[in-house]
Design a protein around this ligand. Structure first.
Ligand code: THU
Length: 131
């Protein structure tokens, strides 16, 4: 990812984060990704009083893209941000969902040492696939 493209993704994720519905954890998350065709999608976390039903920002963004574009989605790069300024990489469930639509995706997230870019297979070795 060029600096310019990762910055664009981080900014889009920060914008989406403002829409988060997180009254239980108070941990607002935003995610934004670029498809291989150059389209940009974003999402935020949406919690529920039945806590386990909460949806992460990454999956909100991916499911919204599928709903809009149809099932042929290829994720090139995804950025994830939170409003607490703390290190946070995508949860395990979201790694698997990112891998489904982006087996070669770059994942951009905040660490204690600043922004990190990792390949999805570094975050999710041996992800599950039907083949
Ligand atoms: N969350 C995300 O949206 N993405 C992640 O990668 C980790 C966790 C959300 C889920 C929940 O609403 C809140 O952060 C606290 O776990």
């Amino acid at each position: 990812m060029s600096n310019k493209q990762s910055q664009r993704l981080v900014r889009a994720a920060q914008k989406a984060m403002k829409h988060a519905y997180a009254p239980y954890s108070q941990f607002r998350v935003g995610a934004a990704f670029l498809t291989s065709k150059g389209e940009l999608f974003s999402g935020c976390n949406v919690e529920n009083a039945s806590y386990g039903l909460s949806n992460c920002a990454e999956r909100t963004a991916i499911f919204a893209a599928i709903a809009q574009l149809g099932p042929k989605l290829n994720i090139r790069a995804v950025a994830v941000v939170n409003d607490q300024g703390v290190p946070s990489s995508p949860c395990g469930a979201c790694r698997q969902v990112i891998y489904e639509f982006g087996p070669d995706a770059t994942v951009i997230f905040p660490t204690a040492k600043g922004w990190k870019e990792s390949h999805i297979t570094e975050l999710l070795p041996e992800g599950f696939r039907f083949k």
